[in-house]
Structures are given as C-alpha cells and as structure tokens.
Design a binder for this molecule. Sequence first.
Ligand SMILES: Cc1cc2nc3c(=O)[nH]c(=O)nc-3n(C[C@H](O)[C@H](O)[C@H](O)COP(=O)(O)OP(=O)(O)OC[C@H]3O[C@@H](n4cnc5c(N)ncnc54)[C@H](O)[C@@H]3O)c2cc1C
Length: 336
Amino acid sequence: MRAFSYHRPDSVDAALRGVAGQSGTTTEAAVKFVAGGTNLLDLMKADVMRPERLVDISRLGLDRIEETADGGLRLGALARNADTAHDERVQARYPMLSKAILAGASAQLRNMATNGGNLLQRTRCYYFYDTGTPCNKREPGTGCGALTGVNRIHAILGASDRCIAVHPSDMCVALAALEAVVRVSGPRGERTIPFADFHRLPGDTPHIDSNLAADELITAIDLPAEGFADHSTYLKVRDRASYAFALVSVAAALEMDGQTVRTARLALGGVAHKPWRDPAAEAELAGRPASLESFRKAARVLLRDARGQSHNAFKIGLAERAIVRALAEAAGVEHP
Ligand SMILES: Cc1cc2nc3c(=O)[nH]c(=O)nc-3n(C[C@H](O)[C@H](O)[C@H](O)COP(=O)(O)OP(=O)(O)OC[C@H]3O[C@@H](n4cnc5c(N)ncnc54)[C@H](O)[C@@H]3O)c2cc1C
C-alpha cells in the first residue's frame, strides 16, 4: 500500500475545501473521500487505486433518513446500508429497495457501507483488480483483459470494445427503478442528478464511472413519493445463495389496474456498466394483462440488443427468465 495523507473534517464545507481545485470526474481524482472504506481501502491495498490524500467524511452528520416535502424520503449519503434497509419507512414504502440492499454483501459490510459509497463502488471485473493484466478502466489505453479472457460475469448490454465490466451494486438497481435523485454539493453550489444520468456507459472512457465531478460530494439520495410498495420486488441471481455479486438482478415495479399493468419499471443489474433501464420494454408492458406471456414479450424487447462474450452468453437466457419471474412476483401472478 502506498503512503497517503489523511484528513477528517467535521463539516461539509471543510470536506469540500479538502477536494477543492480538482478537475475532471471523481474516478480520476487524486484526493478522494472515504466513507465506510469497504471498497476504496480494498482497492488501495490491491494498488488498483492510488489516492494521494483521503478526506474522511464519516463525521459530517449526513447520516439521517428524513421525509421530503413531496412525500418521499431523503437518504443521507452517510447513512449505513444496514440502517437504510432496516428503516421502517423504507421497508414499508420502498420494500424493493430494502430487499435489494439486503441482497448485497454481508451483514458486517452493510453495517459499514454507506449509501453514497454504494453508488460509487467500482466494478468487480477480475482484470480491473489484477494489476498484472491490461485494463482500460484501471489504466486507460492498456487494453481489456476481459474481452479475450474469462468473461463469465461481464456485460451483455451497453458494452464497448474498450470495456465489458458491469456495475456491481444491488442498491443502485432498485434506485434506478425508483427514479431516485442524487443530491450533490460542490464549489459551484448544490445540484441534483437524476439516477439515470449518474452512472455512465463505458464507451471510449471506461475509466470514468459516473458524472460526479472530482470536487463534488454526494450529500443525499432522494426517493420520490411513489415507492411501488404493493407490486414490486428485487430478484438477484448469483452463484452462491449469499455473499456473491449478481450474475443478473432485476428490480421490477408495477402500478396495477386489477389484472392489467398500468405502468411498469424494470431495472437490471449485473448486465451492464450501469443499472440498465429500457423505456421500450416498460412501454411494452403498459396497458397489457399481467401474464407470463406479456412478461416474456417485454423481456425479449429489453434484451433485443444483448450480446454475449465467449463465456457469458448464458446470461441472456438467464436475464429473460429472471425478468419474467420478477414481474410475476411483483404482479402476484403464479409462476412455475
Ligand atoms: C466482500 C464484499 C462483498 C460485497 N458484495 C456486494 C454485493 O453483493 N452487492 C453490492 O451491491 N455491494 C457489495 N459490496 C460492495 C459494498 O456495498 C460497497 O463496498 C459499499 O457500498 C461501499 O460503501 P463505502 O461507504 O464503504 O464506500 P467507500 O469504500 O468509503 O467509498 C467508495 C467510493 O465512493 C466514494 N464516496 C463515498 N462516499 C461519497 C460521498 N458521499 N460523496 C462522494 N464520493 C463518495 C469514495 O471516494 C470511493 O471512491 C461488497 C463489498 C465487499 C468488500
């Protein structure tokens, strides 16, 4: 592990002064915030990330979960994943989110991990972690070890010829389906980022995971009033029953009119560089009967451009079945 300096401010302003003057995006920054440290410290120990300075934000008091004026909830960036998942309001009004968080990591990790850190956790691509192999995400321009290597856990949607890594978060998949909003503070004031615009596809710049600037701090995540509490679920398919990242996951949320779907939200994890939403697949469900047949149709629309690599083509069929099962569970339709 390389030497770095450490600073622990006690206010948002002081934390922002700690990263002031940095340009570009947060993934490129030499000075980094550290929250629970469950991802960043691992990456530093593996020499994958090499910040020169850490600004510890754990004492900023951004750990509350509060009501918003429009009937939603504001999740503090420093609220722990465990406290968020077990919050009674989250459980009652956003059960899909609670389920998604609890599907991730382990109890010990969720007790340390924060909501802001969860959004910015980095990919679990083996080649990203292995500094002896090329990786455009870790070292731009070196190549992609996964493209010709072992790519069983990699992307089937939205990948580029530079990077086929996937975003590993469970929580973010539910936040994408809920259309949460990320609240950010920086030297240019406060701003909000719709969840769909927070993470990026790899394109030519796979080293940049999100649109957060290097001098900005996530302060909270706002959940809209609509939580789809009556008809939603999070389904995670993985190699082990616990303590494993998703091969494919699905957040499914429906508004129902009797046995007809009024509106649908579908977000997939484990398949792309960001939580994957597809308006065409959601439109396919609107106004249709809640049946396995229409769920299958929507799944095929969502996966129309899916492309497998040498070891992960199985994910396409897996994703189709997972979407159908999640929609059936959300709608209360019997599924074989
Ligand atoms: C063994 C293991 C298994 C795991 N399994 C899963 C899993 O199955 N599903 C899953 O979803 N996750 C899983 N995780 C990941 C875990 O959820 C993340 O490590 C955690 O959410 C990161 O939060 P943190 O507060 O510890 O972030 P940190 O490690 O402190 O920070 C992560 C990144 O976020 C930045 N950051 C943190 N907070 C802010 C902020 N407020 N503003 C701006 N930047 C910020 C940091 O600079 C850093 O770049 C696993 C982790 C481990 C170690």
